[in-house]
Write a protein that binds this ligand. Structure first.
Ligand SMILES: [Zn+2]
Length: 194
């Protein structure tokens, strides 16, 4: 498949020992998801970039030439496999200022035969809950920007991926998420904050 990064930010030196990116996904323009300096360092001549339209508009022309903008619901190609932009947004009234509906993306992509869902910054939307046949899901939980542990567990139970990785959960209690999650989904923990 190749190496795909999602929302790479931070010091490019942190990526020095990791494989070069064949593709980079960016879900939205917030600084903890989109950093032009990081992208510039990680983009090779052949690296493909997929973003939402807001991020695409912020790219320099040379990077736009390697980029594809996908709006909510649109599908494209990622290293020869289909990728779909899933809407990512807040549904709670006093949080919609962070991620208004229609702007930001999550992604469903296929890698090594697995259907992978990267949620982006979102609450448990109808579109998330309606997903089917997801093998691996990456779901956020952090207030006030996305959702709490119980809401994340409720949404994950609704689409029942085979495996879920909590991610982007700083200051949340992933064990509370694990306690609240029902069904057969296996929870995996990754060391995101090292
Ligand atoms: Zn955000």
């Amino acid at each position: 498949m190749g190496t795909v990064y999602n929302d790479p930010v931070g010091d490019p030196a942190k990526y020095a020992d990791l494989p070069a990116a064949d593709a980079i996904l960016v879900t939205h323009h917030h600084g903890d998801h989109f950093n032009l300096d990081t992208l510039t360092a990680l983009m090779g001549d052949e690296t493909v970039l997929i973003t939402n339209p807001t991020v695409y508009d912020k790219l320099p022309a040379d990077m736009q030439a390697q980029a594809t903008a996908l709006a909510n619901g649109e599908t494209g190609q990622l290293l020869g496999m289909p990728i779909e932009a899933i809407p990512a947004y807040n549904t709670t009234e006093d949080r919609t200022k962070y991620h208004p509906k229609g702007r930001d993306n999550g992604y469903v992509l296929i890698a090594d035969g697995l259907r992978i869902y990267i949620a982006g910054d979102t609450e448990g939307t109808d579109e998330m809950r309606a997903l089917t046949d997801i093998d691996v899901a990456f779901v956020p939980m952090n207030l006030p920007f996305t959702m709490d542990e119980d809401a994340a567990a409720d949404a994950v139970a609704a689409f029942a991926p085979k495996v879920v990785y909590p991610y982007h959960y700083k200051n949340s209690d992933v064990f509370a998420f694990a306690d609240a999650l029902t069904g057969d989904t296996q929870i995996k923990m990754a060391k995101w904050y090292v």
